[in-house]
Design a protein around this ligand. Sequence first.
Ligand SMILES: C[S@@+](CC[C@H](N)C(=O)[O-])C[C@H]1O[C@@H](n2cnc3c(N)ncnc32)[C@H](O)[C@@H]1O
Length: 209
Amino acid sequence: MIELLHGDFFDLYKDLPKGQVIITDPPFNAGKSFDNDNLTDDKWVEFCNNFSDCLKELHPVNVLCEISKKDVEMQKALDRNFTRKWIVVLNYTNSMRNGGVGYSNTGIVLYYGGKVFKRYKDRIDSACYNTIKEFSHPSPKQIIHYQKLCEMFCNKDLTIIDPFMGSGTTGIGAVNNCQNFIGIEKDDKYFEIAKNRIEKAQQDVAPKV
Ligand SMILES: C[S@@+](CC[C@H](N)C(=O)[O-])C[C@H]1O[C@@H](n2cnc3c(N)ncnc32)[C@H](O)[C@@H]1O
């Protein structure tokens, strides 16, 4: 089951199914050209707290949330409502900024939850590729990174929910793993991109006759 919702997470969350898995990459308030990424400090704290409170009402089995390396507010807001278990590092293997330890340029995913469904890893490696010829989004993530998160933290009976799906990366990961997915995106242009990319992934995984 794949369901794509065009709208604002804060308007739609009450109708989402309870007891599922949240895997998301929300705005970081880093000044990028999408909603909720250019907020004042106070508004940003309010956004993080609202998000955390809405998630709590959904009683998720697992929550995975990518945060900016500098940001503590999202972390604080989630820590208030959930028990943090671990951090998963998304490592960009071809980053020019890799240091001696090999992963100075990384994504950081906070893991709150009850269950790991596949063998646990705390670092997921993937080369970073430029998507600009394919589509235009200010902050697209790597499919392999999110596909692995979906595989590890959600089983096939549950549904992965991404409240801020952007160009649809989490959804493509879920489709590639044959998992259920609900994605929400507010922006008209990014919603269309996500829809087209996820539909293409569905065609690619469909059995050829
Ligand atoms: C960091 S991006 C997600 C990028 C995504 N992981 C990808 O790989 O393309 C965050 C997205 O959240 C969307 N967004 C911001 N506020 C929202 C809201 N209240 N409801 C739904 N989407 C929202 C933005 O338009 C943006 O596309």
